[in-house]
Design a protein around this ligand. Structure first.
Ligand code: GCU
Length: 350
C-alpha cells in the first residue's frame, strides 16, 4: 500500500547527498551563510531575564545565558541563547532547540522534565537572529546583504535560522558536560523545517527532530493536502530563496521534493512528528516523505523507517529505524508528548 501511495506521487529519484543539498540550497532555501571567521562566547551563569534562577529546575540544573559574538566577512554579529545543563555527573545528551520564544523555561519547552531525563537544552529565539519577515536589513540578514538586497539563490530566513542552530552547536561542542554523539536539533513548524535544514547541512548533528514541519519541511510537496508550495511562497516568500518562489507553482516541475531533505540527514537519525488534526501540515505527506527517504539509508545498509504496510494513525510511534515517525492526537503545537517521543527515540538509539 505504501509503495502504491508513493508511486502515485511520482517523486524524483534520490540522488547523492551532495547533489540533493545543492538542489535544496540553490533552489529552495538559499545557500547557508559561511561559517564565522571568529567567534567569542560571552557566558553569564544564572542570568535569566526574569531574575529567578537560584532554584532553577529545583536545583537540578544550571542555566547560562550565552552571547555568540562573531566576525563574519569583516562585520560583527551577535545573538543570545540559553543553555540549561543538568548538574548531575557525566556527559549529557542535548538538544539545540530552535525556539519561538526567548524565555527559559517557557511553556512549550519543559526544561525541568528534560533535565530530569538527563538532557541539556540549548535554546535560542529565532527572531534574535533575524526577523520573521521580508526585512533583509535586519540582524544576520543585514550583515550578509548590502542594503537588504539578496541574489536569487541567497539564503532566506529559514537558512539563516538553521545557520544559527549550527553556531549554538559550535558552542555546545566546547563543553565537557555534553555528549557530542547524542545531540539533536529540534523545532516545530517553520522551525521544524529549519531543524531539518540545519541537520541536513551539518553532519555534527547526530539526531534531528521536526515536529509538524509540513509544507516545505518534511512533507512531500507533490500531491500534498493543506498548504501548498504556491501558497507558502505567496505568504512567506522570505523564508526561502527567491528562486523557489519564482519557480512554477506546480511542485511536479521542481527537480526535487522534500524527501531529499530527510534523506540528506542519512546515515544519522531523524524523527518526523505529526499531529492527527494538522491537515495544513498534512501528516500523510510527512509520513510518505519519511518512507521515501528510507531508500538513502537502505543504500547504506541501514534501516530507514520501520513500519507496517499501512498509514499510521492516532498515537502511533515508529522508533525502530534510523528514520522514526510519530503521530499524536491533537493539532499544531509542540507539546510534552512530542518532547517525550524525542527523548524515547534518542534513548532507543543510544
Ligand atoms: C503557517 C505556515 C506553515 C508553518 C506555520 C508555523 O501556518 O503556513 O508552513 O509551518 O505557519 O510555522 O507555525
Amino acid at each position: 500500500m505504501i509503495r502504491e501511495l508513493l508511486t502515485e506521487r511520482k517523486l524524483p529519484a534520490l540522488k547523492c547527498r551532495e547533489e540533493m543539498l545543492d538542489l535544496l540550497q540553490t533552489k529552495e532555501y538559499g545557500i547557508l551563510p559561511p561559517k564565522p571567521d571568529k567567534t567569542e562566547w560571552k557566558v553569564e551563569k544564572n542570568a535569566l531575564p526574569h531574575g529567578y534562577c537560584a532554584e532553577f529546575c529545583a536545583g537540578k540544573g544550571t542555566v547560562y545565558r550565552v552571547t555568540a559574538e562573531m566576525t563574519l566577512g569583516g562585520k560583527t554579529f551577535s545573538f543570545p541563547f540559553y543553555a540549561a545543563i543538568p548538574n548531575s555527573e557525566g556527559k549529557h545528551p542535548f538538544f539545540v532547540s530552535i525556539n519561538f520564544h526567548d524565555a527559559v523555561p517557557d511553556i512549550w519547552m519543559p526544561t525541568e522534565e528534560l533535565i530530569d531525563n538527563g538532557f541539556a537544552v540549548l535554546s535560542f529565539c529565532y527572531t534574535s537572529v533575524t526577523s520573521d519577515n521580508n526585512d533583509f536589513t535586519d540582524g544576520l540578514a543585514g550583515v550578509l546583504y548590502e542594503d537588504g538586497k539578496r541574489g536569487p539563490a541567497d539564503a532566506g530566513k529559514i537558512a539563516m535560522w538553521a545557520w544559527a542552530a549550527q553556531r549554538v552547536l559550535d558552542y555546545a561542542l566546547t563543553l565537557d558536560a555534553l555528549d557530542a554523539d547524542r545531540c539533536a536539533v529540534c523545532g516545530h513548524s517553520r522551525l521544524g523545517k529549519t531543524a531539518l535544514l540545519a541537520a541536513a547541512t551539518d553532519e555534527r548533528f547526530a539526531f534531528c527532530y521536526s515536529n509538524d514541519s509540513g509544507c516545505s519541511g518534511a512533507a512531500l510537496s507533490r500531491g500534498k493536502n493543506g498548504e501548498t508550495k504556491d501558497r507558502i511562497c505567496h505568504v512567506f516568500p522570505f523564508w526561502f530563496c527567491e528562486d523557489y518562489c519564482a519557480a512554477p507553482a506546480d511542485p511536479a516541475e521542481l527537480p526535487f521534493d522534500q524527501h531529499y531533505l530527510v534523506a540528506s540527514i542519512a546515515p544519522r537519525f531523524v524523527l518526523v512528528g505529526s499531529a492527527e488534526d494538522d491537515g495544513w501540515a498534512d501528516p500523510v505527506s510527512e509520513f510518505l516523505s519519511a518512507a521515501a527517504a528510507s531508500e538513502a539509508y537502505e543504500a547504506m545498509g541501514l534501516t530507514g523507517l520501520v513500519c507496517e504496510d499501512a498509514l499510521p494513525t492516532h498515537d502511533a510511534f515508529l522508533p525502530e529505524g534510523h528514520i522514526g515517525y510519530h503521530i499524536r492526537p491533537g493539532s499544531h503545537y509542540f507539546g510534552r508528548t512530542d518532547w517525550n517521543r524525542l527523548i524515547q527515540f534518542m534513548n532507543h538509539h543510544s
